[in-house]
Design a protein around this ligand. Structure first.
Ligand code: MV4
Length: 443
């Protein structure tokens, strides 16, 4: 088993990993930038090592500094959290080469999901449904125009290396495609260093439903059900829940098997998530596989009763999953909302000092936060203050609990998206489970 774990992350997720380590008797090493000297994750870890100045490029993305911190403290494993270096195959390989256990998949599995075009090809071969679209890369605008006519407009133009909606555009006609092709190619090149583009048929008002999987090192995999994350703004998830109100037994069986096939196709090990678009007729299409622990993992933890970080650590230590698919039980309903420091008018991050913080409490209420009263929200990092997760027997009860918890949530000193969250949760569309990806625009 892991004896001493270095957490190559900050904020709420670093604290989340530390919490499970304490329960398992694993010693922890935090790393921190100058901006995080007084951060909670630093205080809570057994040891902490400074790795550089505030900007992530000079601290949390500094592979050499992180590996040096592991060496200096005698850590035997590294947990990357989410974001930052978590899906960097080179970092995972550097950890392995340094004799450290990387708490995540093999570097090759991370790399296999880095190119969306390659991922589509691998998944199609494995029998996982992908959105109808181009076979591989689209060489030039003329080929894109030909393909779009064959497919029929509207189409989605996407960058193979893209993410966060960057390099992606919905295209409804030929004239727009002519302009969009070079513009998105240039953006993809600037952001990701690759201008490879592909085309897909546009799925109308889809839902984003993802499947959590676990694979051990002995070829055994299980799916832990779905999370619905359709309520997003500018490709940032805002509300996530499990189960999805759209799900039924047959669809879950088909999506679960597809998710396991996706993982097997790339030799996946550890916790991962397979993202799908689901249309109104319950067709589902592979989007991408996230090769890390996700922000929204707590909703799955609530409904399954499993500690996903504990399973990540056990799997990385070579333990077998000790339960089969039929033994995965799910109960009740969990909803997570992400509380962001943001100006609700300008819809931009709202940095500053939190002068007061009161978190809701009670049975089935979980707060995963990285800050406390007195903490400064800086422009250097993700402006998420924390996640509020509620759990109850039914969706209706979970919504009632969430409504009350949001009423009790107090943040002073900075602006937050709490008013937006209250509006979403009180809307009749949300209550009715009408949660397609255009939800916030409709609201
Ligand atoms: C799509 C789509 C419709 N059709 N692809 C957005 C981010 C990226 N991960 C994939 N995205 C989409 N791809 C086809 N062929 C609609 C979206 C989309 C979306 C997907 C999930 C959640 C929110 C979304 C918001 C806008 C667009």
């Amino acid at each position: 088993m892991v004896k001493k774990l270095l957490i190559a992350n900050r904020g709420e997720i670093a604290r989340r990993v530390i919490r499970t380590c304490r329960q398992l008797g694993i010693a922890t090493v935090a790393v921190y930038s100058d901006a995080d000297m007084k951060a909670l994750h630093v205080a809570e870890a057994d040891e902490a090592v400074r790795i550089g100045p505030a900007p992530v490029a000079q601290s949390y993305l500094q592979v050499e500094a992180i590996l040096a911190a592991a060496r200096a403290t005698g850590a035997d494993a590294v947990h990357p959290g989410y974001g930052l270096l978590s899906e960097n195959a080179d970092f995972a390989k550097d950890c392995v080469d340094a004799g450290l256990t990387f708490i995540g998949p093999p570097p090759a599995a991370i790399a296999a999901m880095g190119s969306k075009i390659e991922a589509r090809q691998v998944m199609r071969k494995a029998g996982v449904p992908v959105v109808p679209g181009s076979d591989g890369a689209v060489a030039d605008v003329e080929e894109a125009l030909r393909l779009a006519v064959d497919m029929g407009y509207p189409v989605m133009l996407k960058a193979s290396a893209g993410g966060g909606g960057i390099g992606m555009q919905e295209v409804r006609d030929e004239q727009t495609l002519r302009r969009a092709f070079s513009a998105n190619q240039a953006r993809a090149k600037a952001y990701f260093g690759s201008s490879e583009m592909f085309l897909e048929k546009r799925i109308e008002a889809p839902r984003h439903i993802e499947i959590q999987v676990l694979f051990d090192r002995h070829g055994h995999g299980v799916y832990l059900g779905e999370r619905e994350c359709s309520i997003q703004r500018r490709h940032q998830k805002v509300v996530e829940e499990a189960p999805s109100s759209f799900m039924d037994e047959d669809l879950l069986l088909r999506m679960g098997e597809a998710a396991l096939a996706a993982g097997r196709a790339i030799g996946y090990v550890n916790a991962g998530t397979v993202e799908f678009l689901v249309d109104a007729k319950r067709n589902f299409y592979f989007l991408e596989m996230n090769t890390r622990l996700q922000v929204e993992h707590p909703v799955t933890e609530f409904v399954t009763g499993l500690d996903l970080v504990a399973w990540q650590l056990r799997i990385a230590s070579g333990e077998s999953l000790e339960f089969s698919q039929s033994e995965v039980q799910r109960d009740g309903h969990a909803i997570e909302v992400r509380v962001y420091a943001e100006d609700p008018i300008k819809m931009l991050p709202s940095p500053g000092t939190i002068t007061r913080l009161e978190l809701p409490a009670g049975q089935g209420v979980r707060n995963d936060v990285g800050v406390e009263a007195g903490s400064e929200v800086t422009p250097y990092y993700d402006p998420m203050i924390g996640k509020l997760i509620v759990y109850a027997g039914t969706r209706e009860e979970a919504i009632a609990k969430l409504t009350s918890a949001l009423d009790d949530y107090v943040v002073e000193g900075i602006q937050t998206n709490l008013p937006l969250l209250q509006r979403i949760v009180s809307s009749s569309a949300f209550r009715a489970g009408e949660t397609t990806t255009d939800f916030i625009n409709r609201l």
